[in-house]
Design a protein around this ligand. Structure first.
Ligand code: PLP
Length: 406
């Protein structure tokens, strides 16, 4: 499928805005993606023409919005290749999806002395919930090391699994380095030992096609806002069998079957995990984002981002003062780096004055920064709307910063 990123840019109204008086060069898509008109319109249309609460009303409007909400779930199920839409739980974000699994599945399945295996590459969202669970259960959190390129040490991973390992939780793509992890291999190795696997796909789903059944994972999570959809909208995929066996995470209205002061009974999955009024327009907006991406084709987006990543890497490597952090053979969408003698925050500020929006900091991956012995990095991350000229602007800004600090 041929894809024209220059044409796609006109789908994103915000790209016409300026930043500090300069044309906006948005290189922070890993933090949150900008929204195409199709998503903005779908959300407006929901509030203007269809809005009511779901599941409760007997009137036409409520029935229609309930149907639209469930259609969004079906779109997500198809997008992830799930077997059934009941395997899709709507949450607020990837963070809440992981917390749900840790709090529900984790509490039911972990005992003292058990182990949870994560990796050095994880975002805090895939560290802290497991850490808290391990503290509560007197279990042990084990961390798969990485090499200097930012790739998982798969021998260590294999050696780390034992009869005490209860779950493996790993990112599909690292938000701080862009490393694409060998998740099929991770799942296969863990499953050989009967260990379930949660994959954090927050940085993967916007960049290439994902099929959870092909991957074979047990849980898969992502955030709508990184998928060109609205913020406040997240997804947990869980194999039906696992979700059905899990206890509710939060409780209240909409997730119950019956309530009495003595005892309550709950709906089946996914509804038992969706207490209270959800982000109705958010689900519809997420469905619109999935339709938008399907219209372009994720293969085309993948190809475009890989090409741009290689271009950016080449430009950065040509600057002697720059050190790339994360040089995995398989990486996409993220260029993390440090510049000799310039703190990443200063760099971020100087680039901002040039209209270039990057992220500077620890990227919610403090242990990973420690592994590379840096307090922070500058991170340029790519989206489908980025073009080579964006990276040229980044490089021009870097040269300016280097001159200033000379
Ligand atoms: N996991 C990864 C890999 C991420 O990149 C992020 C956000 O940057 C998260 C989890 C958390 O996402 P959210 O803040 O939307 O819950």
């Amino acid at each position: 499928m041929s894809f024209d990123p220059y044409a796609a840019r006109s789908d994103f109204p915000i790209l016409e805005r300026t930043n500090r008086g300069k044309p906006l060069v948005y290189l922070d898509t890993a933090a949150s993606a900008q929204k195409p008109r199709a998503v903005i319109d779908a959300i407006s249309d929901c509030y203007e023409n269809h809005y009511a609460n779901i599941h409760r009303g007997v009137y036409e409007l409520s029935e229609r919005i309930t149907r639209m909400h469930e259609e969004a779930r079906e779109k997500v199920a198809a997008f992830l290749g799930a077997a059934e839409s009941r395997e899709i739980v709507f949450t607020r974000n990837a963070t809440e999806s992981i917390n749900l699994v840790a709090a529900s599945w984790g509490r039911q399945n972990l005992a003292a002395g058990d182990e949870v295996v994560i990796t050095t590459l994880e975002h805090h969202a895939n560290i802290v919930p497991w850490q808290l669970l391990c503290e509560e259960k007197n279990a042990r959190l084990r961390v798969v090391p990485i090499n200097d390129a930012g790739e998982l040490e798969m021998h260590s991973f294999e050696a780390m699994l034992s009869e005490r390992t209860r779950i493996v939780a790993a990112s599909h793509v690292s938000n701080a380095l862009g490393t694409i992890n060998p998740v099929r291999k991770i799942v296969a190795i863990a499953h050989e030992r009967g260990i379930p696997v949660l994959l954090d796909g927050a940085q993967a789903v916007p960049r290439f096609g994902v099929d959870v059944r092909e991957l074979g994972c047990d849980f898969y999570v992502f955030s709508g806002h990184k998928l060109y959809g609205p913020s406040g909208m997240g997804v947990l995929y869980g194999r039906a069998e696992l979700l059905e066996a899990m206890a509710p995470y939060q409780s209240g209205g909409d997730m119950i079957e019956t309530v009495s002061f003595e005892k309550s009974t709950f709906k089946s999955a996914p509804y038992k995990f969706e207490a209270g009024t959800p982000d109705i327009a958010g689900a519809i907006g997420l469905g619109a984002a999935i339709d938008y991406l399907a219209g372009i084709g994720l293969d085309a987006i993948e190809h475009h981002e890989l090409e741009l990543t290689a271009y950016g890497k080449e430009l950065l490597e040509a600057i002697p003062e720059v050190r790339l952090i994360g040089t995995a053979a398989k990486k996409t969408g993220v260029l993390s780096f440090v510049v000799e003698g310039i703190h990443p925050h200063d760099l971020g500020t100087i680039l901002d004055m040039e209209g270039v929006a990057i992220r500077a900091g620890h990227h919610c991956a403090q242990p990973l920064m420690e592994r590379f012995d840096v307090p922070a990095t500058a991170r340029a991350s790519l989206g489908l709307y980025n073009i080579r000229e964006d990276l040229d602007h980044l490089i021009a800004g870097l040269h300016k910063a280097i001159e200033m600090f000379r």
